[in-house]
Design a protein around this ligand. Structure first.
Ligand SMILES: Cc1ncc(C[n+]2csc(CCOP(=O)(O)OP(=O)(O)O)c2C)c(N)n1
Ligand SMILES: [Mg+2]
Length: 317
């Protein structure tokens, strides 16, 4: 990773966090309704995985605002979607959990836990059939690995040797349920071991994520077959805005926040890539103003027209 990329990753992590805090604020003010799952704490994983998988198709979970932005979708279109406006990335009809933009090869956002994994298998099958050089990445939580669709997907991806990267964000929780109550082990990669090569990395370290995703991408695209990469991470907020996070002790949260990816990566920017304090402050200020503009854009954007209710339901024959 060179200095330019390192600065870009820090900028996007900062941008992502500023976006999430703004989303939280406007949710509390009533501008955003429905479910809202914040990615605060997990930005290293969301940003660095998208940078390493810049080309190729991506399917993700409902905790996807930061991934969508790191994918290249402008924050103002993501914020407008949260505000349910017509200028939103999904026309205001998807909301927080259904950010969708084929022009950025980003296919959600899915409210059904694990429901998007078979879709990614189908996409990887299509890409292999078409002779595409690019692989497919599917991002999901530790909780999703308990579903039948996950195991069926592992099976078919391995049997067909598909160019598919399974990226598991292991934050040890499925809503308020700790992983030790739903799985016999903490490492969910063990579930994939009989089917494919498995790898793991520190999901709080953007450099480690970038390196592991790049390596896995290379493998799947060189005909190795699917790869399962598990990244250990930590979410700092409740599961969604309707979760007060009361099931985690202050000691557990302190331990979690000690691993905060932003200050750690900032320190590395200064020590390894010799970034000055001024350079870093300029990045942070730019990110902050982009988010302020995104909020203004979302506030002033148009509501969808009534006829939008009947659009995007059937494919035009
Ligand atoms: C099929 C299905 N079952 C249950 C739910 C309710 N639900 C929403 S999020 C969630 C937890 C998922 O946890 P995980 O996959 O670890 O993702 P995280 O929220 O930690 O990112 C559950 C059970 C759902 N949306 N879909
Ligand atoms: Mg989880």
């Amino acid at each position: 990773m060179d200095k330019l990329l390192a600065k870009e990753i820090y900028y996007e992590m900062f941008l992502g966090r500023a976006f999430e805090y703004a989303a939280k604020e406007y949710y509390m003010q009533g501008n955003i309704s429905g479910f809202l799952h914040l990615d605060i704490g997990q930005e290293a994983l969301s940003v660095a995985s998208m940078k390493a998988f810049a080309k190729g198709d991506v399917f993700s979970t409902y905790r996807e605002h930061v991934m969508a932005i790191a994918r290249g979708i402008e924050p103002k279109y993501v914020m407008a979607e949260l505000f349910a406006k017509a200028d939103g990335v999904s026309g205001g009809k998807g909301g927080s959990m259904h950010l969708f933009d084929p022009s950025h090869f980003f296919y959600g956002g899915d409210a059904i836990v694990g429901g998007h994994i078979p879709n990614a298998v189908g996409c990887a099958y299509a890409r292999a059939y078409q002779g595409s050089e690019e692989g497919v990445m599917v991002v999901f939580g530790d909780g999703a690995t308990n579903g039948g669709a996950f195991f069926e997907s592992l099976n078919i991806a391995a049997t067909q040797k598909l160019p598919l990267l399974f990226l598991c964000e292991n934050n040890e929780y499925a809503i308020g349920t700790h992983i030790t109550r739903t799985a016999p082990f903490r490492e969910q990669a063990k579930k994939a071991e009989p089917f494919m090569l498995t790898m793991s990395c520190d999901g709080m370290d953007a450099q480690a994520v970038y390196k592991s995703v790049s390596k896995a991408k290379d493998l799947i695209e060189k005909g190795h077959g699917p790869v399962f990469l598990e990244a250990f991470t930590c979410r700092f907020e409740g599961h969604s805005m309707s979760d007060a996070n009361a099931y985690r002790s202050s000691l557990e949260m302190k331990h979690c926040k000690n691993k905060d990816p932003l200050p750690h990566f900032k320190k590395r920017l200064q020590e390894k890539w010799l970034c000055s304090e001024e350079e870093i402050t300029a990045l942070e200020q730019k990110a902050q103003s982009v988010i302020e503009e995104a909020v203004e854009f979302a506030k002033n954007a148009n509501e969808p027209e009534d006829k939008a209710l009947y659009e995007h339901i059937f494919v035009e024959a």
